[in-house]
Design a protein around this ligand. Structure first.
Ligand code: TXA
Ligand code: MG
Length: 338
């Protein structure tokens, strides 16, 4: 493939119809969701779905999420909606939540990577919603990046990674939440978070009482239940180190590296960033919500030749900080603790 068609959805009213036409034709189309851009294909067609794995260079044992417009469509992909699933869907969707339930086989085998369960989600982004409604088929969609790189939060990120490898890209501007959906196993009575994301543990707790977190999220020696969580992810071009502790500690590490003739990049909250002296500083925002929205763009911003190492401050793991720290720990090559 050599040509990727790109629509600017705010300027062309045909964009959704054309993009939906390509998807129904078995083609691959990237589109915005409220979390990150997804790379979509017809989830009922093994051949269409294989186009996603090919374009991203994604390992075939990593299952995809099926996206639909309504709860009724979602019901059509699973053996049954457990009471817990109903509760979470009613409370948080459309929105950044993926629920895991036993598949009824409607989606192609390569969507679930041969598992007996499937991840399903109803995105709230108006462009994603229109597209899903117009094509009226379940759409398998991982994040629209080359495997291993940070997920895309703008159409430019998708274009940089996948131009010429996919059939279309619907440009709907920057996404919003900035980190992916929360993946929750709903097959039992108690929800189990397999990947922290846009809906927080605290929010889920409010509607379901108890919430469990996959032990592998805290201990990397455990095998994660979301297969994708075991891969290297979100990696910037240059090595990134997490630095726990105060702003003074961060500045100390910056100086130490600069003394060894390294050019040092820094990612930190606006407050910490304002106090730093380094070669390239990216302020991520003034609170956790802003930091989540800017995180992947910042990781993509540091280039080879620009800096030799990126130092990033650590953040509280409350609310969306849980997802931020999960992604940073996966992106980092080392962790400097006090
Ligand atoms: O926000 C999102 O979820 C974005 C947008 C595009 O919707 N999508 C996304 O997809 O992040 P992806 O493929 O990059 O991540 C899906 C995650 C992976 O960690 C995968 O292993 C897990 O969900 N997953 C999918 N199906 C699963 C299943 N049946 N059981 C356990 N984990 C599953
Ligand atoms: Mg991904």
């Amino acid at each position: 493939m050599s040509q990727t068609k790109r629509w600017n959805v705010t300027m062309s009213s045909n964009a959704i119809t054309e993009a939906a036409g390509l998807l129904k034709d078995g083609k691959t189309v990237a589109f915005p969701t409220e979390t990150v851009y997804g790379l979509g294909a017809d989830a009922t067609s093994e051949k269409a779905v294989s186009g996603i794995f090919r374009a991203k260079g994604r390992p075939e044992d990593n299952p995809l999420i099926a996206h639909v417009a309504t709860k009724e469509q979602l019901r059509g992909l699973v053996t049954e909606l457990t009471p817990l699933a109903e509760t979470l869907i009613d409370a948080f969707t459309p929105g950044p939540l993926t629920i895991i339930l036993p598949t009824n086989g409607t989606c192609a085998k390569n969507v679930t990577a041969g598992l007996s369960t499937i991840g399903v989600r109803i995105p709230s982004h108006p462009v994603a919603h229109e597209l899903l409604k117009t094509c009226n088929i379940p759409i398998a969609a991982p994040s629209a990046n080359i495997s291993g790189k940070p997920s895309p939060t703008t159409a430019e990120h998708v274009w940089a990674d996948l131009q010429g490898k996919i059939d279309g890209l619907v440009d709907g501007g920057p996404t919003g939440v900035g980190v992916e959906s929360t993946v929750v196993d709903c097959s039992q009575d108690i929800p189990v978070i397999l990947r922290p994301g846009g809906i927080t543990k605290e929010q889920i707790e409010q509607v379901s009482g108890t919430v469990m977190v996959d032990p592998a999220l805290a201990d990397s020696s455990d095998k994660p239940k979301a297969p994708g969580m075991k891969y290297t992810h979100y990696a910037p071009e240059v090595p990134m180190w997490l630095v726990a502790g105060s702003a003074d500690k961060l500045q100390e590490v910056i100086h130490k590296e600069q003394k060894q003739n390294k050019r040092v990049g820094v990612m930190a909250s606006n407050e910490t960033a304002a106090k730093m002296n380094a070669d390239h500083i990216i302020p991520l925002g003034s609170d956790l919500v802003e930091i989540a929205a800017n995180l992947y763009d910042a990781l993509r911003e540091f280039k080879n030749g620009d800096v030799d190492v990126i130092l990033c401050e650590t953040f509280p793991t409350t609310n969306i900080g849980h997802a931020i720290m999960n992604r940073l720990e996966k992106a980092a090559t080392s962790y400097i603790r006090e």
